[in-house]
Write a protein that binds this ligand. Structure first.
Ligand SMILES: [Zn+2]
Length: 323
Protein backbone atom coordinates (compact mmCIF):
# COMPACT_ATOMS: atom_id res chain seq x y z
CA UNK A 1 0.00 0.00 0.00
CA UNK A 2 1.71 3.20 -1.07
CA UNK A 3 1.44 6.66 0.33
CA UNK A 4 -0.74 8.11 -2.41
CA UNK A 5 -3.35 5.32 -2.07
CA UNK A 6 -3.57 6.09 1.63
CA UNK A 7 -3.84 9.82 1.00
CA UNK A 8 -6.61 9.17 -1.49
CA UNK A 9 -8.51 7.05 1.03
CA UNK A 10 -8.18 9.78 3.66
CA UNK A 11 -9.45 12.36 1.19
CA UNK A 12 -12.46 10.24 0.33
CA UNK A 13 -13.40 9.77 3.97
CA UNK A 14 -13.48 13.12 5.76
CA UNK A 15 -12.78 12.49 9.45
CA UNK A 16 -15.75 14.57 10.59
CA UNK A 17 -18.14 12.62 8.38
CA UNK A 18 -16.78 9.32 9.68
CA UNK A 19 -17.08 10.49 13.28
CA UNK A 20 -20.66 11.66 12.78
CA UNK A 21 -21.58 8.37 11.15
CA UNK A 22 -20.32 6.77 14.36
CA UNK A 23 -22.57 8.96 16.52
CA UNK A 24 -20.00 11.56 17.48
CA UNK A 25 -21.53 14.91 18.23
CA UNK A 26 -19.72 18.17 18.53
CA UNK A 27 -20.42 20.03 21.76
CA UNK A 28 -19.24 23.40 20.49
CA UNK A 29 -17.18 25.11 17.81
CA UNK A 30 -13.93 26.56 19.16
CA UNK A 31 -12.77 28.81 16.35
CA UNK A 32 -10.72 28.25 13.18
CA UNK A 33 -13.45 25.82 12.05
CA UNK A 34 -12.56 23.32 14.75
CA UNK A 35 -14.92 21.46 17.11
CA UNK A 36 -14.81 20.04 20.59
CA UNK A 37 -16.92 17.10 21.83
CA UNK A 38 -16.92 14.06 24.09
CA UNK A 39 -14.14 11.58 23.30
CA UNK A 40 -15.44 8.35 21.74
CA UNK A 41 -12.22 6.56 22.76
CA UNK A 42 -12.40 6.87 26.53
CA UNK A 43 -15.09 7.46 29.19
CA UNK A 44 -15.25 11.20 28.80
CA UNK A 45 -17.37 13.46 31.01
CA UNK A 46 -16.45 16.87 29.69
CA UNK A 47 -15.65 17.54 26.03
CA UNK A 48 -11.95 16.91 25.47
CA UNK A 49 -11.93 15.59 21.91
CA UNK A 50 -10.82 18.15 19.35
CA UNK A 51 -11.51 17.79 15.62
CA UNK A 52 -9.97 19.90 12.91
CA UNK A 53 -11.96 19.17 9.71
CA UNK A 54 -9.62 21.21 7.52
CA UNK A 55 -6.54 19.27 8.55
CA UNK A 56 -8.63 16.07 8.92
CA UNK A 57 -7.06 15.43 12.33
CA UNK A 58 -8.23 14.79 15.89
CA UNK A 59 -6.65 15.12 19.30
CA UNK A 60 -7.98 14.17 22.73
CA UNK A 61 -6.81 16.17 25.76
CA UNK A 62 -8.13 13.43 28.04
CA UNK A 63 -6.54 10.22 26.75
CA UNK A 64 -3.86 12.16 24.84
CA UNK A 65 -4.36 10.31 21.58
CA UNK A 66 -4.65 11.84 18.17
CA UNK A 67 -4.10 11.46 14.44
CA UNK A 68 -5.97 10.99 11.19
CA UNK A 69 -9.02 8.97 10.20
CA UNK A 70 -6.98 5.74 9.92
CA UNK A 71 -5.55 6.23 13.41
CA UNK A 72 -9.06 6.88 14.66
CA UNK A 73 -10.38 3.67 13.07
CA UNK A 74 -7.49 1.69 14.63
CA UNK A 75 -8.29 2.97 18.12
CA UNK A 76 -12.05 2.93 17.77
CA UNK A 77 -12.38 -0.58 16.35
CA UNK A 78 -9.31 -1.79 18.27
CA UNK A 79 -7.57 -3.20 15.21
CA UNK A 80 -4.11 -2.97 13.63
CA UNK A 81 -3.28 -0.54 10.82
CA UNK A 82 -3.97 -2.89 7.85
CA UNK A 83 -7.37 -3.91 9.24
CA UNK A 84 -8.24 -0.27 9.89
CA UNK A 85 -7.47 0.55 6.26
CA UNK A 86 -9.55 -2.43 5.12
CA UNK A 87 -12.49 -1.35 7.31
CA UNK A 88 -12.35 2.19 5.94
CA UNK A 89 -12.22 0.94 2.35
CA UNK A 90 -15.21 -1.24 2.95
CA UNK A 91 -17.08 1.63 4.62
CA UNK A 92 -16.36 3.89 1.67
CA UNK A 93 -17.82 1.33 -0.75
CA UNK A 94 -20.76 0.02 1.25
CA UNK A 95 -22.25 3.28 2.51
CA UNK A 96 -23.30 4.70 -0.89
CA UNK A 97 -24.54 1.26 -1.99
CA UNK A 98 -26.74 0.86 1.10
CA UNK A 99 -28.06 4.34 0.52
CA UNK A 100 -29.40 3.18 -2.88
CA UNK A 101 -30.82 0.04 -1.28
CA UNK A 102 -32.73 2.10 1.33
CA UNK A 103 -34.12 4.34 -1.34
CA UNK A 104 -35.32 1.43 -3.44
CA UNK A 105 -36.89 -0.52 -0.57
CA UNK A 106 -38.66 2.56 0.74
CA UNK A 107 -40.30 3.03 -2.65
CA UNK A 108 -41.52 -0.57 -2.51
CA UNK A 109 -43.20 -0.25 0.88
CA UNK A 110 -46.37 1.48 -0.26
CA UNK A 111 -46.71 -0.70 -3.33
CA UNK A 112 -47.17 -3.83 -1.21
CA UNK A 113 -50.23 -3.98 0.98
CA UNK A 114 -48.95 -7.10 2.84
CA UNK A 115 -46.07 -4.98 4.16
CA UNK A 116 -48.27 -2.10 5.26
CA UNK A 117 -50.72 -4.54 6.91
CA UNK A 118 -47.90 -6.24 8.79
CA UNK A 119 -46.57 -2.90 10.06
CA UNK A 120 -50.07 -1.96 11.19
CA UNK A 121 -50.36 -5.19 13.18
CA UNK A 122 -47.05 -4.49 14.88
CA UNK A 123 -48.17 -0.99 15.89
CA UNK A 124 -46.21 0.88 13.24
CA UNK A 125 -48.91 3.17 11.93
CA UNK A 126 -47.86 6.77 11.59
CA UNK A 127 -46.10 8.09 8.48
CA UNK A 128 -43.79 10.09 10.79
CA UNK A 129 -42.53 6.88 12.40
CA UNK A 130 -42.00 5.16 9.04
CA UNK A 131 -40.12 8.23 7.89
CA UNK A 132 -38.11 8.50 11.11
CA UNK A 133 -36.95 4.87 10.95
CA UNK A 134 -36.69 4.91 7.15
CA UNK A 135 -38.65 1.66 6.98
CA UNK A 136 -38.85 -0.13 3.65
CA UNK A 137 -39.99 -3.41 2.16
CA UNK A 138 -37.97 -6.03 0.31
CA UNK A 139 -40.42 -8.00 -1.84
CA UNK A 140 -37.56 -10.05 -3.31
CA UNK A 141 -36.66 -10.62 -6.93
CA UNK A 142 -36.13 -6.99 -7.94
CA UNK A 143 -33.21 -5.40 -6.07
CA UNK A 144 -30.50 -7.10 -8.07
CA UNK A 145 -31.91 -5.85 -11.37
CA UNK A 146 -32.24 -2.30 -10.08
CA UNK A 147 -28.70 -2.13 -8.71
CA UNK A 148 -27.14 -3.73 -11.79
CA UNK A 149 -28.91 -1.12 -13.87
CA UNK A 150 -27.32 1.55 -11.67
CA UNK A 151 -23.93 0.05 -12.53
CA UNK A 152 -23.13 -2.05 -9.47
CA UNK A 153 -21.36 -5.24 -10.57
CA UNK A 154 -22.81 -8.51 -9.31
CA UNK A 155 -19.68 -9.54 -7.28
CA UNK A 156 -19.97 -6.30 -5.28
CA UNK A 157 -23.60 -7.08 -4.44
CA UNK A 158 -22.67 -10.62 -3.45
CA UNK A 159 -19.83 -9.45 -1.23
CA UNK A 160 -22.12 -6.97 0.48
CA UNK A 161 -24.55 -9.83 1.15
CA UNK A 162 -27.43 -8.27 -0.78
CA UNK A 163 -27.49 -11.03 -3.38
CA UNK A 164 -27.07 -14.76 -2.65
CA UNK A 165 -24.38 -16.98 -4.19
CA UNK A 166 -26.85 -18.19 -6.82
CA UNK A 167 -27.90 -14.66 -7.69
CA UNK A 168 -31.21 -14.08 -5.88
CA UNK A 169 -32.06 -11.11 -3.69
CA UNK A 170 -30.99 -12.03 -0.15
CA UNK A 171 -33.93 -10.14 1.40
CA UNK A 172 -37.30 -11.57 0.39
CA UNK A 173 -40.66 -10.64 1.88
CA UNK A 174 -38.99 -8.70 4.65
CA UNK A 175 -39.67 -5.38 6.32
CA UNK A 176 -36.30 -3.65 6.26
CA UNK A 177 -34.70 -1.07 8.52
CA UNK A 178 -31.45 0.60 7.48
CA UNK A 179 -28.73 0.50 10.13
CA UNK A 180 -25.34 2.12 10.11
CA UNK A 181 -23.45 -0.02 7.55
CA UNK A 182 -26.01 -2.82 7.74
CA UNK A 183 -29.63 -3.69 6.98
CA UNK A 184 -32.06 -5.48 9.27
CA UNK A 185 -34.86 -7.48 7.69
CA UNK A 186 -37.89 -8.95 9.51
CA UNK A 187 -39.53 -11.78 7.62
CA UNK A 188 -43.26 -11.81 6.89
CA UNK A 189 -43.14 -15.53 6.10
CA UNK A 190 -43.36 -18.00 8.96
CA UNK A 191 -41.08 -20.53 7.28
CA UNK A 192 -38.07 -18.20 6.91
CA UNK A 193 -35.68 -17.22 9.72
CA UNK A 194 -37.33 -14.18 11.35
CA UNK A 195 -34.24 -11.95 11.49
CA UNK A 196 -31.69 -11.19 8.83
CA UNK A 197 -28.61 -8.97 8.77
CA UNK A 198 -25.85 -8.36 6.24
CA UNK A 199 -22.56 -10.09 7.04
CA UNK A 200 -20.97 -6.79 8.15
CA UNK A 201 -20.99 -5.81 11.88
CA UNK A 202 -24.39 -4.80 13.28
CA UNK A 203 -22.99 -1.42 14.30
CA UNK A 204 -23.62 0.61 17.43
CA UNK A 205 -26.84 1.22 19.35
CA UNK A 206 -29.81 2.26 17.24
CA UNK A 207 -30.53 6.00 17.21
CA UNK A 208 -27.88 6.54 19.86
CA UNK A 209 -27.17 10.12 18.78
CA UNK A 210 -30.65 11.06 20.02
CA UNK A 211 -30.94 8.74 23.04
CA UNK A 212 -27.57 9.70 24.53
CA UNK A 213 -28.82 13.23 25.18
CA UNK A 214 -30.99 11.94 28.04
CA UNK A 215 -29.90 11.10 31.60
CA UNK A 216 -32.25 8.10 31.57
CA UNK A 217 -32.21 5.75 28.60
CA UNK A 218 -34.53 2.83 27.79
CA UNK A 219 -32.78 -0.09 26.10
CA UNK A 220 -34.87 -2.61 24.12
CA UNK A 221 -34.00 -5.74 22.13
CA UNK A 222 -35.80 -5.20 18.87
CA UNK A 223 -36.61 -2.46 16.40
CA UNK A 224 -40.36 -3.08 16.70
CA UNK A 225 -40.00 -2.42 20.44
CA UNK A 226 -38.16 0.78 19.64
CA UNK A 227 -40.89 1.72 17.13
CA UNK A 228 -43.85 1.50 19.52
CA UNK A 229 -42.02 3.40 22.26
CA UNK A 230 -41.11 6.13 19.81
CA UNK A 231 -44.71 6.23 18.61
CA UNK A 232 -45.83 6.60 22.25
CA UNK A 233 -43.64 9.68 22.59
CA UNK A 234 -40.47 8.22 24.16
CA UNK A 235 -37.34 9.75 22.65
CA UNK A 236 -34.87 8.40 25.21
CA UNK A 237 -35.06 4.92 23.70
CA UNK A 238 -32.39 2.88 21.96
CA UNK A 239 -32.09 -0.68 20.67
CA UNK A 240 -29.28 -3.24 20.77
CA UNK A 241 -30.72 -5.57 18.05
CA UNK A 242 -30.64 -8.68 20.20
CA UNK A 243 -29.79 -9.32 23.84
CA UNK A 244 -26.08 -9.68 23.20
CA UNK A 245 -24.37 -6.30 23.05
CA UNK A 246 -21.15 -5.85 21.12
CA UNK A 247 -18.16 -4.05 22.66
CA UNK A 248 -19.04 -0.80 20.99
CA UNK A 249 -22.62 -0.81 22.28
CA UNK A 250 -21.40 -1.46 25.82
CA UNK A 251 -18.92 1.40 25.46
CA UNK A 252 -21.69 3.72 24.25
CA UNK A 253 -23.86 2.99 27.29
CA UNK A 254 -20.90 3.35 29.65
CA UNK A 255 -19.68 6.65 28.27
CA UNK A 256 -21.20 9.38 30.45
CA UNK A 257 -23.39 9.42 33.54
CA UNK A 258 -26.80 7.90 33.02
CA UNK A 259 -29.35 5.36 34.18
CA UNK A 260 -30.19 2.57 31.75
CA UNK A 261 -33.62 0.92 31.92
CA UNK A 262 -33.37 -2.57 30.46
CA UNK A 263 -36.69 -3.49 28.86
CA UNK A 264 -35.95 -6.91 27.33
CA UNK A 265 -38.57 -9.51 26.46
CA UNK A 266 -40.33 -11.29 29.31
CA UNK A 267 -40.36 -14.62 27.46
CA UNK A 268 -41.76 -17.69 29.17
CA UNK A 269 -38.35 -19.37 29.48
CA UNK A 270 -36.81 -16.32 31.16
CA UNK A 271 -33.98 -15.95 28.63
CA UNK A 272 -34.65 -12.25 28.06
CA UNK A 273 -34.62 -11.53 31.80
CA UNK A 274 -31.46 -13.59 32.26
CA UNK A 275 -29.74 -11.65 29.52
CA UNK A 276 -30.91 -8.38 31.10
CA UNK A 277 -29.51 -9.34 34.52
CA UNK A 278 -26.21 -10.36 33.02
CA UNK A 279 -25.93 -7.10 31.07
CA UNK A 280 -27.00 -5.13 34.12
CA UNK A 281 -24.12 -6.61 36.14
CA UNK A 282 -21.55 -5.84 33.50
CA UNK A 283 -22.82 -2.25 33.13
CA UNK A 284 -22.71 -1.74 36.89
CA UNK A 285 -19.09 -2.85 36.92
CA UNK A 286 -18.48 0.03 34.55
CA UNK A 287 -20.19 2.51 36.83
CA UNK A 288 -23.52 2.74 34.96
CA UNK A 289 -26.67 2.62 37.05
CA UNK A 290 -29.30 0.23 35.72
CA UNK A 291 -32.94 -0.75 36.32
CA UNK A 292 -34.70 -3.90 35.18
CA UNK A 293 -38.14 -3.27 33.73
CA UNK A 294 -40.51 -6.17 34.21
CA UNK A 295 -43.12 -6.56 31.56
CA UNK A 296 -46.11 -8.86 32.04
CA UNK A 297 -45.10 -12.46 31.32
CA UNK A 298 -44.98 -13.38 27.66
CA UNK A 299 -44.71 -9.75 26.54
CA UNK A 300 -42.10 -7.59 24.93
CA UNK A 301 -42.49 -3.80 24.72
CA UNK A 302 -43.99 -4.21 21.25
CA UNK A 303 -46.76 -6.58 22.28
CA UNK A 304 -47.32 -4.53 25.45
CA UNK A 305 -48.33 -1.52 23.34
CA UNK A 306 -50.01 -3.48 20.55
CA UNK A 307 -52.35 -5.16 23.06
CA UNK A 308 -53.48 -1.85 24.49
CA UNK A 309 -50.73 -0.57 26.81
CA UNK A 310 -50.09 3.16 26.59
CA UNK A 311 -47.37 5.64 27.53
CA UNK A 312 -48.87 6.11 30.99
CA UNK A 313 -48.78 2.34 31.67
CA UNK A 314 -45.20 2.11 30.48
CA UNK A 315 -44.16 5.04 32.68
CA UNK A 316 -45.57 3.06 35.57
CA UNK A 317 -43.42 0.05 34.63
CA UNK A 318 -40.38 2.34 34.54
CA UNK A 319 -41.22 3.73 37.98
CA UNK A 320 -41.57 0.19 39.34
CA UNK A 321 -38.36 -1.05 37.68
CA UNK A 322 -36.05 -2.68 40.19
CA UNK A 323 -32.31 -2.46 40.71
ZN1 LIG B 1 -9.97 10.50 24.79
Amino acid sequence: MNRSTLDELKQQIPLLEYLQAHDWQQARPIGFGRFLGLCPLHADHKPSFLVDPQKNLFHCYGCRRGGDVIRFAELYHQVEFPQAVALLREWRGVVPLLHQVDRFYRMQLHRHSEAVDYLYERGVRSPELIEHMRIGYAPGGCLRGWLTQLGYPLPVLRRAGLVTAVGYDAYMRRIVFPLEGNLYGRSLSDGAPPHRFLPSPKGGLYSWAQAQLYPEVILVEGLFDYAVLWEAGFRNVTCSLGTHLNARQVRQLSNGTRTVYLAFDADGNGSGQQAAQCLSRSLRERGVSTRLVSLPEGHDPNSFFVTGGNAHDFHRLLAEACL
